[in-house]
Ligand binder design. Sequence first.
Ligand code: ASN
Ligand code: ZN
Length: 315
Amino acid sequence: ERVDGPEAAAHDEALRARRALEARSTPTAGAEEATGPDWIVHDAGSTTTLPGTPAREADQPATGDTAVDEAATGIEQTLRMFAEALQRDSHDDAGATVSITVHYGEAYNNAFWDGTQLVFGDGDGRVFERFTKPVDVLAHEFSHAVIENTAGLAYQDQSGALNESVADAFASCLKQWLLEQTADAGDWLIGEGLFLSSVQARALRDMAAPGTAYDDPDLGTDPQVGHMDDYVETSNDNGGVHLNSGIPNRAFQLAAVAIGGRTIEGAGRIWYDALVSGDVPTDSDFATIAAATVAAAGQHADAVRQAWAQVGVEP
Ligand code: ASN
Ligand code: ZN
């Protein structure tokens, strides 16, 4: 149909504008169509129904809801570190949209990766603050997804403690990367700021000194161990995965400091390369991953071997 007069001019103008818009946005629009937005944050409204109501996704402005906006900032930063420093595109390395839920449950004192999404409680406001508050907690949960998509370390006993430890390692990498710190300047704390100031706790865990993160009348003493001599045999917590993770955590910290520079570019890169190398089967024990990290370490092989030796692990 042919239209004349002012209508035709308006029609042509509209067509030109649309073509210009399409020309400009075609490359990214095509990519986004394939993968969806980079991330989406949902609100569970203090229920345990997942994923909850969509609250904000990539490229949308802040909502004013602190937990939603903290999760948004945290996942942006985490995705950026994995992309820029490790050339990894989301947890599946294929640009998967990261699904997150905040305000999970009532006074819920935890965060987790459920195999599909990241989930964060608000904390009880008595001992724990929001679990979205420390960005390294978010990076820890995201790293569980990376681990599931790579080595797939089974969440039980030593392989489970390794799953926990690698999640802490990348979490610590992120914290230092954001602060532009070198390994020797890092504080190696996981979950700093998660506890209310009334609690006698520096953090949830201390990778440099496992067992020293907290000592509080309500909370008890940090039960992590940092050497094979103190390895905890227990049926609790999938074989003490959050206790024994202190051993490989300390090995990572020692290796990072010995190698020097930015942790993500040194020990972080080596641990990541080991994880994707095929040398880390799902049932790996500490010695298996120690050997894989030594093999991935190149010129830093001796530093990595010595770090493991210091926590009582022989590759
Ligand atoms: N926050 C804990 C973690 O990610 C939850 C769990 O035990 N899976 O390790
Ligand atoms: Zn974990």
